[in-house]
Design a binder for this molecule. Structure first.
Ligand code: HEC
Ligand code: HEC
Length: 314
């Protein structure tokens, strides 16, 4: 504080303005008042703030906050919007649940809703195992090709999603390949032979160049031990969840080592059942989405004329 605070201020000769009395090395500070317009805006903001406190939620309190006389709440508005969306969707899900698959395919808007809802739920819940778009990963089958362990009609897919595979659900799909090596059901020599035979069945033979004599011995082992599940022609058996061994599409890998390992250990993957988590309408939407990824199969293996059916898989 300068001693000049209570004394009459010096007037600056140049501008005619009072000075504050502060001086540094002969430079003096003018005491220019704030411009009017600035002051009025400043007062207006104070008034606006007070009005806002009264109308809107503003001050934190020990428990909660001042609600404001308008009782406005962003949270409530979001909840209302979410609720309205859910109500709107509930009707669509109910339509999905009650519609037959033919109805869904015939009804453009219902099909679009199913695909959109299915895609979103797939990304959140299924892609972790099955990959984006159902592309598959070792141990997790591709859902985007037309090779199915359990079946590729809409009804098959819906059932797999509902009950899962080895999921613990009472109606779960279940399969169990024996661990031929670990449990001593086959001698290492027999396993080596049948591995050569399996490799000779598909295009895998181009990579693995299986031993012909061993494969011939392995064919006998196959007929005795494996055909019961994988089929005499090794094309697989969906009723038992046994994959085809002739298509060169592998759940656990198609190298010699990977095939041998599966015969030794008989791994089986777990697919969760989703009936607890999802509304049946959403499960149906997921089935429609998976079906549309490219591998969907028509409902019944109908006679030749079935080629005219709607290509819903596109
Ligand atoms: C924890 C990993 C996991 C998750 C998550 C998962 N799956 Fe699966 N899914 C599997 C496995 C493993 C299999 C193969 C089961 C077998 O070996 O028979 C499978 C099989 C399937 C099949 C049968 C494929 C066929 O060839 O018959 C369908 C359809 C399927 N899943 C759909 C879904 C959908 C839709 C979701 C999301 C709602 C989902 N899965 C989530 C692991 C998973
Ligand atoms: C009781 C039925 C059963 C028998 C018997 C059986 N399998 Fe399997 N096999 C399966 C099932 C089920 C799977 C798929 C496991 C899964 O879904 O995770 C499988 C998978 C495989 C696979 C892996 C396929 C892939 O795509 O990666 C190979 C290879 C295989 N079996 C070979 C054999 C051979 C060789 C024998 C005979 C020595 C045999 N299996 C006997 C049921 C059987």
């Amino acid at each position: 504080m300068s001693a000049s605070d209570n004394e009459p201020r010096e007037i600056d000769a140049h501008s005619g303005q009072a000075t504050t009395g502060h001086e540094w090395d002969g430079v003096k500070e003018l005491d220019t008042p704030l411009p009017r317009w600035w002051l009025y805006i400043f007062y207006a903001t104070i008034v606006a703030a007070v009005i806002y406190w009264v109308l809107m939620p503003a001050w934190p309190l020990v428990n909660g906050y001042t609600k404001g006389v308008l009782n406005y709440s962003d949270r409530r508005i979001v909840m209302e919007n979410v609720g309205a969306l859910e109500t709107a969707r509930a009707a669509d899900y109910a339509r999905l649940r009650d519609a037959s698959f033919d109805d869904i395919i015939a009804d453009q808007s219902l099909q679009e809703f199913a695909l959109a809802a299915g895609e979103a739920a797939f990304g959140d819940n299924c892609a972790t195992c099955h990959g984006a778009g159902g592309a598959g990963a070792p141990g997790y089958p591709s859902l985007a090709d037309n090779v199915w362990i359990w079946g590729g009609t809409l009804a098959d897919i819906e059932h797999t999603i509902t009950v899962g595979v080895r999921s613990g659900h009472p109606q779960a799909r279940f399969s169990q390949m024996p661990a031929f090596g670990r449990d001593g059901l086959l001698a290492p020599r027999q396993i080596a032979d049948v591995t050569e035979y399996v490799l000779s069945l598909s295009e895998a033979r181009r990579r693995a160049a299986p031993d012909a004599a061993a494969a011939a011995r392995g064919a006998i082992v196959y007929a005795e031990q494996c055909a019961i599940c994988h089929g005499a022609n090794a094309a697989g058996d969906r009723a038992q969840g046994a994959p085809s061994l002739v298509d060169d599409i592998w759940l656990y890998g198609g190298s010699r080592e990977e095939v041998r390992r599966q015969i030794e250990t008989g791994r089986g993957g777990v697919m969760p059942n989703w009936d607890r988590r999802f509304d049946p309408g959403l499960i149906r939407a997921l089935a429609v989405y998976v079906y549309a990824q490219g591998g969907g199969e028509p409902d019944a293996p109908a006679p030749a004329s079935s080629a005219t059916e709607t290509p819903a898989g596109e």
